[in-house]
Design a protein around this ligand. Structure first.
Ligand code: 13P
Length: 251
């Protein structure tokens, strides 16, 4: 069974006090029981407090990034062991902002994926085409390469710890969402790639999230598509009411 997941990527927003307030609101207002896994990804410095604050709830705290090396002279970086030591067991890798602003390539991401999986983290693996790729009808090729070069080398059992997040770059933070049909078309393409390259069972079990300007008023229509298993939410995850409305849009 595919998991339904709604994840909030808070990016470089919220200081420690704002993190506490937002989490308090989410904890107070979230549905008592929901089939949806709720994930929040605060910035590194607020992870420990977020883990403590959500202890005993069903909210999962994720990191937005990690380094590929286990430890060493990498000033300013954060390792997998550091995340695990504070009970962060989920990490977002390959976000388009990491690719665009921090030079993260498919091959670097393959290394990060290996390190995360070696330590049994769940990876939310992000990918998606830029506007020019879609305009030149190259979007399926770009997505296929991102998956082949960054992810398809892993073993079949490792797929249990992978969540895919298709985020077309032109839809991130722009207010321009992929139509539900565009999302479904790409998600079906991705699931088919999994079927052909990894196998039917993994294709049927792997959750594929959509990200890019998901809001309370468009979430349920996107989530209603058969190959969309949830969302990775940026801007709208910074307000508890909006985020939870999106969670409730996932039936
Ligand atoms: P927005 O929801 O702000 O478009 O951001 C999406 C995103 O990048 C989530 O990782």
């Amino acid at each position: 069974m595919r998991k339904k997941i709604v994840a909030g990527n808070w990016k470089m927003n919220n200081d420690s006090q704002q993190t506490k307030v937002l989490l308090d609101e989410i904890l107070a207002k979230k549905p008592g029981s929901t089939p949806v896994k709720i994930v929040v990804a605060p910035t590194f410095v607020n992870l420990q407090a977020a883990v403590n604050q959500t202890n005993g709830s069903n909210i999962i705290v994720a990191a937005q990034n990690m380094h590929q090396a286990e430890s060493g002279a990498y000033t300013g970086e954060v390792s997998v062991g550091m995340l695990k030591s504070i009970n962060v067991n989920t990490v977002i890798l390959g976000h388009s902002e990491r690719r665009a602003y921090f030079g993260e390539t498919n091959s670097l991401l393959a290394e990060k994926v290996n390190t995360a999986l070696k330590h049994n983290l769940t990876v939310i693996f992000c990918f998606g085409e830029e506007l020019a790729d879609r305009q030149s009808s190259n979007h399926f090729n770009v997505v296929e390469s991102q998956l082949r070069e960054g992810l398809f080398h892993i073993t079949e059992s490792d797929w249990q710890n992978i969540v895919l997040a298709y985020e077309p770059v032109w839809a991130i933070g722009t207010g321009e969402t992929a139509t539900p049909e565009q999302a479904q078309e790409m998600h079906a393409f991705i699931r088919n790639l999994l079927r052909e390259n990894v196998g039917e069972a993994i294709a049927g079990q792997t959750s594929i999230l959509y990200g890019g300007s998901v809001k309370p008023d468009n979430a349920s229509e996107i989530f209603s598509k058969p190959d969309v298993d949830g969302g990775l939410i940026g801007g709208a995850s910074l307000k508890a009411d909006d985020f939870l409305a999106i969670v409730n849009g996932m039936k």
